[in-house]
Design a protein around this ligand. Structure first.
Ligand code: GLY
Ligand code: MN
Ligand code: MN
Length: 366
């Protein structure tokens, strides 16, 4: 087993001990990938990683998935076949381990957990997800290298789109398909999201691309990303299709960029997450746009697209070296348009480094 994986398991075991949790029960998720370096597809068939405070891990897998985990040396494989009762197998495994308190990760399905709780009444079940999130919140050099790769691939796909892509006269869906092709051709393992939101649709921050034909003069919010070896890139740019006509949009674009850069300039260890969010919000307020910024400034990024730390009002957690966050203020005017500019940033020992390299300047694309 590689050293980093062993360190992750050791840190989880120390955390379980500190919180008097006997075993962690992990379903297919980013937590699962963090602790095994393997992907398990979320499924109606039970897959569960069981990490006790001491001793080997157990991996419950359906027989047809087992070959993928055969080389998982630190896990005892417990296979089950279609027609077996995997909840019974899981309950017996936990009983054999003498587990009195079971820490369950957030993605472990209710459809498995509720019958398990019935079978093991008298045992305590608690959330282990927030504890795992603490372990994952700062990135190791190896994780940072993968994040840099993912982000560089999105930068490359965006550069191609800026050179070759077309907006005017194409539907949002057609543009999303072309962008998705570029992302995959540049080496992302999947396209996790590809928001193309044009004209009034751009006022919906997480718009699903549809059949609207993009018009000359439309602002287009484009938010793209996906994983590279499990680690996610996430970037938004808001070009204008053809030629800009609305000077209010140009002013809002400059305000969003100013907010984004003010937030970046303030990022360094020790500054509270909520303070970074507030700085961006204050900039937009000076332009009369505070009400139009309808979401948090940013989120952590790693094996999940959205994970702690969240740059949001009320989060007093201080930034620390190795945290990776997005910086993504936006302004959304229902019925008119929206603008968002999003980069990924890593907190360093004495400040912050922008990992996204794509330019920010206002852009008109044909
Ligand atoms: N795209 C902004 C957020 O979900 O936080
Ligand atoms: Mn984001
Ligand atoms: Mn995004």
């Amino acid at each position: 087993m590689n050293i980093e994986l062993a360190q992750r398991l050791a840190r989880l075991r120390t955390t379980l001990d500190e919180h008097q949790i006997d075993v962690a029960l992990i379903g297919p998720s980013a937590d699962f990938r963090y602790l095994t370096c393997r992907r398990a597809g979320e499924s109606e068939r039970l897959i569960a990683l069981i990490v006790p405070q001491a001793g080997d891990c157990t991996l419950l897998v359906p027989e047809l998935e087992a070959p993928k985990f055969a080389d998982c040396a630190f896990c005892q494989l417990h296979r089950w076949r279609d027609g077996d009762d995997p909840i019974d197998l899981l309950a017996r495994t936990l009983l054999d381990l003498g587990a009195k308190t079971v820490g369950v990760n957030d993605e472990f399905r209710a459809g498995f957990l509720l019958p398990l709780q019935e079978r093991l009444s008298g045992r305590r079940f608690t959330r282990v997800g927030p504890l795992l999130a603490r372990l994952r919140i700062t990135k190791s050099p190896a994780e940072l290298a993968l994040l840099r790769e993912a982000i560089a691939r999105v930068d490359a796909a965006w550069a191609r789109f800026c050179a070759e892509g077309r907006l005017v006269g194409h539907t949002e869906r057609q543009v999303a398909r072309q962008l998705s092709d570029f992302l995959l051709e540049e080496g992302l393992e999947a396209v996790a999201f590809c928001i193309v939101a044009s004209g009034p649709n751009a006022a919906s921050p997480h718009h699903e691309p549809g059949d609207r034909i993009i018009q000359d003069g439309d602002p287009v919010v484009i938010d793209i990303g996906g994983p590279y070896q499990g680690y996610y890139a996430d970037m938004t740019r808001t070009p204008v299709a053809g030629t800009l006509r609305d000077s209010d949009f140009a002013a809002a674009y400059e305000a969003v960029l100013e907010a984004q850069q003010a937030a970046f300039a303030a990022m360094r260890p020790g500054v509270a997450c909520e303070e970074i969010d507030r700085i961006a919000r204050d900039v937009l307020a000076t332009h009369g746009l505070a009400e139009a910024f309808t979401h948090r400034l940013g989120h952590g990024l790693g094996l999940s697209v959205h994970e702690p730390p969240y740059l949001v009002g009320g989060n007093r957690e201080p930034l620390r070296p190795g945290m990776v966050v997005t910086d993504e203020p936006g302004v959304y005017l229902p019925g008119r348009w929206g603008v968002r500019i999003e980069d990924v940033v890593v907190i360093t020992e004495d400040g912050a480094e922008r990992l996204t390299r794509s330019p920010h300047e206002f852009l008109e694309l044909p």
